[in-house]
Ligand binder design. Structure first.
Ligand code: UD1
Ligand code: UDP
Length: 374
């Protein structure tokens, strides 16, 4: 009998954990594989929230998060720590997702050991190495090293072919974020108390339309955050609206938002929501205002328009499909675009009813079959 294939899945931040837990679940359930998980702990609390809800117990935890650490210190620690885990585990394949420091350092450490890399969510490109920063470069590095490229869409696959990646190594799988969203929605349907913690806010804001907000991008830190806060203050003047804003744990996000927005009656600045509660926020909101990547994919799957507070997006599919609009961080522009969606029913319907381009929720089993066939 053939020996099972040893897969070591690496991740460290909240979005990677959300997008990889469906794949880890699928690998664990499949006797063709031995699945091992290493978390870098690049994020601590945000990562642990996802591990808990997904029922994942990592085999290795490097616990690398240090408040305010530089990208070079983080990357150096990741390269050493992830390399040591690879030496101990001797996997046949490494799996990384997206474009974080953990994913990039994991791919390089694997390359140094000649271990093939499977890249989940391959081929996203904004075409600008400063937006998002440093993620555009991280994913280009991973794209150069990977042996198996799981592109979420045809657009992403085309971007890889344009960079002369071997077409035989590129597969369009959809995005595992939709698998995760289906999984969590089913869990909440079975057990509504998993997402009942917003009930007080829902009562407080009853009768008002809710705008959900998230923001954390490094290229928006500083001036961008100030402009986003100004836009929220301007929107909050409209008393028929309420804003629910789970704050990222990055202190550079929290300080600006709490300074500028605390005390407004219809703005709730709250702690990061665990995944079921965030899914509930997506469900109850009228629209999302965000600079997040994952939220651009999830909100359209639930029929919620997204205004993207960034200058470029590596997810042009959502803009082309009409589910998202790029609005940057100019406060007047954000307020104009949000008001259009709030007060023009036809404009809202066009975005809410547009088709979600990111997959059918079966990406993880597709990736498992690819790993079984290589
Ligand atoms: C990282 C990823 C980014 C991803 C984002 C998701 C890189 C280069 N960037 O950016 O692609 O979109 O995660 O959120 O990898 N913090 C905590 N507790 C936590 C998490 C963060 O206190 O659980 C604070 C720490 O002070 C930390 C800071 O937030 O130093 C920033 O976290 P870090 O992972 O370095 O970068 P992100 O900007 O979150
Ligand atoms: N998310 C969450 N709680 C929150 C905010 C976001 O669970 O309070 C989830 C969201 O559902 C999405 C992911 O976190 O799947 C996005 O993470 P983030 O915006 O931090 O990173 P990005 O997607 O931009 O890399």
């Amino acid at each position: 009998m053939q020996r099972p294939c040893r897969i070591l899945t690496l991740f460290g931040t909240r979005p990677e954990a959300i997008k990889l837990f469906p794949l880890v679940h699928a690998l664990e359930a499949d006797p063709r594989f031995v699945s091992r998980v290493c978390v870098s702990g690049q994020h601590r609390d945000l990562l642990d929230q996802v591990l808990a809800i997904a029922g994942l117990a990592p085999d290795h935890d490097l616990d690398l998060m240090k408040p305010g650490q530089s990208l070079d210190a983080l990357t150096a620690a990741l390269l050493m720590g992830l390399g040591q885990v690879m030496d101990a585990e001797k996997p046949d394949w490494i799996v990384v997702q997206g474009d974080t420091a953990t994913a990039m350092a994991g791919a390089i450490a694997a390359y140094y050991r000649k271990i093939p890399v499977c890249h989940v969510e391959a081929g996203l490109r904004s075409g600008n190495i400063h937006h998002p920063w440093p993620e555009e470069v991280n994913r280009k590095i991973i794209g150069t090293l990977a042996a198996l490229h799981c592109a979420p869409t045809d657009t992403a696959a085309r971007a890889l072919r344009n960079e002369c990646v071997d077409p035989g190594a590129i597969h369009v799988t959809g995005n595992t974020v939709i698998d995760a969203l289906h999984w969590i929605t089913a869990r909440i349907a079975e057990k509504p108390e998993l997402a009942a913690g917003l009930a007080d806010l829902e009562r407080r804001f009853s009768g008002r339309r809710i705008i959900g907000v998230t923001s954390h991008r490094r290229e928006n830190l500083g001036e961008g955050m100030e402009r986003i806060a100004a836009a929220i203050r301007m929107l909050a003047v409209q008393e028929d609206l309420a804003i629910i804003f789970p704050l990222h744990l990055n202190p550079d996000v929290r300080s600006v938002m709490t300074d500028r927005l605390a005390g407004l009656d219809n703005v709730a600045l709250i702690e990061p929501l665990d995944y079921p509660h965030f899914a509930r926020l997506l469900d109850i909101c009228h629209l999302m205002l965000t600079d997040s990547g994952g939220v651009q994919e999830e909100a359209p799957a639930l029929g919620k328009p997204v205004l993207v507070m960034r200058e470029t997006t590596e997810r042009p599919e959502s803009v082309a499909a009409g589910t998202a609009r790029l609005v940057g961080t100019d406060p007047d522009r954000i307020v104009t675009e949000a008001s259009r969606l709030l007060y023009d029913g036809a404009a809202y319907a066009r975005m809410a009813l547009a088709h979600n381009p990111f997959g059918d929720g079966k990406s993880a089993p597709r990736i498992v079959e690819l790993l079984a066939s290589v």
